[in-house]
Design a protein around this ligand. Structure first.
Ligand code: NAD
Ligand code: DAU
Length: 356
């Protein structure tokens, strides 16, 4: 199979590229604009493989994408490129509209033109896989309910609204023009190469630097955690074996309250890297003002992908978190430049916005 992976220099996209490129029968073309979140250091293990190619560019560049699709004879587009951080979408929604909505629209158009020109065997084999989020379903109560593929869309943040819009566009290109699409909506990922703006790597690196560990609101909000390499395997299964026109919810059946996630990180660090003052890293926890529009709880029912595609998460939250912390402790050369040059851990999403 010949894959075009968009956003392959990001957290999840790089895991997908590493997984696909490890199989020499695959051809993997990674198209990434290299925003603040894109990092070629995450692809060092595959950059010299003959079946892998990196191209710097924007998904909205129809000429570039059209040429890539034709020259590389792409069979499957796995579309991960996006602005992905909720707090940044509160501060500045514009980039989320441009990439997640307009960019996806342009990518769909280009893929559609390419698909129309294929012979019938390759036309039947082609897939456009849109990688999306459980946040499109919005806010669950603390004590009941899970997201299924039939849950109604009710996004709360500019980020999740932009991903909901792109999901709808992808479905429309299938219903209206017949483009063979498949979608997936996944819960919170964590693992190696995670950009340290997200809760788990932020708390981990702040702790190592003896900085405060910010927990929004009451800390009772619940997220459903999935180890990134499990997600990458799910995405490969969906892109290659998922049914056309369908969506698949992906999750690890690992709901945790944010405060418990932060405490779990602290207790692993207490064991692995004891603090000089003899205290616990948990002493650094600071309850801070809540995120605007903060969804209380996400919880994925992954039965459909488990039953239909035989995928299920291999890591528990406990084993995955331990692996993640070990990776960050062993790979300071990956994260140190990000902390020093791209994002030092300051609070995001709190700026007062006078006008959109
Ligand atoms: P990320 O922010 O780590 O990476 C995004 C990548 O997209 C970066 O490499 C960036 O350079 C690239 N990019 C951004 N705009 C681009 C453009 N216009 N053209 C080309 N490349 C561009 O994101 P992530 O956490 O790896 O998420 C990947 C995808 O998975 C996103 O679509 C996101 O919505 C979805 N998702 C993420 C999670 C999660 O927990 N992180 C969960 C479910 C779904
Ligand atoms: O559910 C899937 C989504 O998970 C993806 O679609 C997004 O791309 C990804 O960023 C992630 O979104 P969240 O907003 O859930 O992730 P984040 O790591 O930003 O926050 C996780 C929870 O922790 C959330 O309830 C907010 C809280 N939080 C976050 C930060 C950064 C804190 O309490 N303190 C913090 O400093």
């Amino acid at each position: 199979m010949r894959f075009l992976v968009t956003g392959g220099a990001g957290f999840i996209g790089s895991a997908v590229c590493r997984l696909l490129a490890a199989n020499p029968v695959n051809r993997v073309v990674n198209l990434d604009k290299l925003t603040y979140a894109g990092n070629l250091q995450s692809l060092g293990s595959i950059e010299r493989l003959v079946n892998y190619r990196f191209v710097r560019g924007d998904i909205a560049d129809e000429k570039l994408v059209g040429t890539l699709l034709r020259d590389e004879k792409i069979d499957i587009v796995m579309h991960l490129a996006a602005e992905s951080h909720v707090d940044r979408s509160i501060d500045g929604p514009g980039a989320f509209i441009e990439t997640n909505i307009v960019g996806t629209y342009r990518l769909l158009n280009t893929a559609y033109d390419y698909w129309l020109g294929l012979d019938s065997a390759r036309k039947n084999a082609f897939r456009f896989h849109h990688v999306s989020t459980d946040e499109v379903f919005g806010d669950l109560p603390f004590d009941s309910g899970t997201f299924t593929e039939d849950s109604a869309y009710a996004p709360s943040s500019p980020y999740s609204a932009s991903k909901a819009a792109s999901d709808h566009l992808v479905r429309a290109w299938h219903a209206t023009y017949g483009l063979p699409v498949v979608l997936s909506n996944c819960s919170n990922n964590y693992g190696p190469y995670h950009f340290p703006e997200k809760l788990i790597p932020l708390v981990l690196l702040n702790a190592l630097e003896e900085k405060s560990l910010p927990v929004y609101g009451s800390g009772e909000n619940v997220r459903d955690w999935l180890f990134v390499e499990d997600h990458a395997k799910a995405l490969e299964a969906i892109a290659t074996r998922g049914r056309i026109g369908e969506s698949y919810n992906v999750g690890g059946r690992a709901e945790r309250r944010n405060i418990d996630v932060v405490r779990a990180i602290c207790s692993i660090l207490d064991r692995k890297v004891p603090r000089a003052n003899g205290g616990s890293y948990a002493d650094l926890i600071e309850m801070v003002s809540d995120r605007r529009g903060h969804d209380r709880r996400y919880a994925i029912d992954p039965s459909k992908i488990e039953v239909e595609l035989g995928w299920c998460a291999e890591e528990s939250f406990e084993t995955g978190l331990e692996k993640t912390i070990d990776w960050f402790l062993a790979n300071e050369s990956w994260w140190r430049p990000l902390r020093e040059q791209k994002y030092a851990g300051e609070r995001l999403g709190e700026a007062v916005r006078a006008a959109i």
